[in-house]
Design a protein around this ligand. Structure first.
Ligand SMILES: [Zn+2]
Ligand SMILES: [Zn+2]
Length: 340
């Protein structure tokens, strides 16, 4: 079998290696497709070398087929199609004991802190698996992980039917947040400067605004019949969006911080007093978010196919990363990791 290793400085090498037999509580997966995430792009650019310690196999947005099961594993059998919730938690810290293992004090993110999925075969703990129903193919399966991120954001912000939801930033996660909100019956607006991304949202019937040329505060007022947004998602990571998020929020609006800001943004705390706003953090996902993501795709409420910008072979993984660099508005590049 083959594995791709990130070796630093925007380079990958393909190595010949052997499948790892599963331990008692593990499952070995024949990898189907793996998506390239924004985090993978950060790794590729070398900014996370201290954490990933190259050479290292990365990749965490994966679908595949169960190939071997450890002897204590129940509920999964060879041939079943699955996705992986790539969180390795300790099970014995205050966060884990409180039922928040996704923000475990000792959390290891699989594919960053431990070996990942850009290889023909990946061996993982059975507790990380979720089943794919027959009508969800492996290509869409590779997008369940980012969709689960969006499901977690929506659940943190407690979005319900009929509410007005503003998403600041129309990259892959922003678009998915908007789609999950829409699937729940919310009215959704994406604020995004890039025209292609606005068109991408429009094909799903989502309202859009260009925050560079339009006054977003004024627009949201009109759009929401003077009320403002019940829930706001900051998915852009830029200061103007942090300014906008408090302006567009309704009285008692919930603001969910999704983006990872590289610098500490300035937040207008006065508006938190004035409108009794609520600010919510959101990090990765829980078991229920993955189940919700699978259900949304299986039921046809969210169609992930338009997100797939390209599909490359594992041997061409370097080109796949380079093409995301050259086409930063592309939504999702997949790498086919099935053994040739
Ligand atoms: Zn990701
Ligand atoms: Zn823990």
């Amino acid at each position: 079998m083959q594995a791709a290793q990130y070796i630093g400085n925007k380079q990958f090498s393909i190595i010949e290696t052997s499948p790892i037999p599963p331990k008692d509580d593990e499952v070995r997966i024949n990898v189907g497709f793996v998506g390239i995430c924004g985090t993978d792009m950060h790794i590729y650019h070398g900014v996370m070398d201290a954490r990933v310690n190259p050479p290292h196999t990365i990749g965490h947005e994966i679908s595949g087929t169960v190939a071997e099961v450890g002897k204590n594993v129940s509920g999964f059998s060879v041939g079943e199609r699955v996705v992986v919730r790539p969180l390795d938690y300790c099970g014995d810290c205050p966060a884990c004991h409180a039922g928040h293992s996704h923000v475990c004090h000792n959390l290891k993110f699989m594919g960053i802190d431990t070996p990942g999925a850009f290889q023909n075969s990946w061996t993982v703990k059975a507790r990380t698996l979720h089943k794919l129903p027959a009508n969800v193919d492996l290509q869409q399966g590779a997008l369940i992980e980012p969709l689960a991120v969006a499901c977690h954001d929506i659940s943190r912000a407690r979005v319900t039917a009929g509410e007005h939801v503003v998403v600041l930033g129309g990259g892959p996660i922003g678009q998915l947040v908007a789609l999950v909100a829409k699937s729940l019956g919310a009215h959704v607006l994406i604020s995004e400067p890039n025209e292609n991304r606005r068109q991408f949202a429009a094909q799903y019937g989502i309202d859009t605004i260009n925050p560079i040329t339009d006054d977003i505060a004024e627009f949201v007022k009109q759009w929401s019949d003077q009320k403002g947004a019940d829930a706001v998602f900051e998915v852009s990571g830029v200061q103007p969006a942090v300014d906008a998020m408090v302006q567009v929020a309704a009285v008692r609006g919930r603001i969910c911080m999704v983006a990872i800001h590289s610098q500490k943004p300035q937040v207008d705390l006065f508006q938190f007093f004035w409108k009794e706003l609520e600010l919510l953090g959101a990090r990765v996902y829980e078991h229920a978010d993955f189940e919700m993501a699978v259900d949304l795709v299986a039921s046809g409420k969210v169609d992930l196919k338009p997100f797939i910008t390209s599909i490359s072979k594992l041997s061409d993984i370097g080109d796949a990363f380079a093409s995301m660099d050259n086409n930063p508005i592309g939504m999702k590049a997949l790498v086919s990791c099935e053994q040739q």
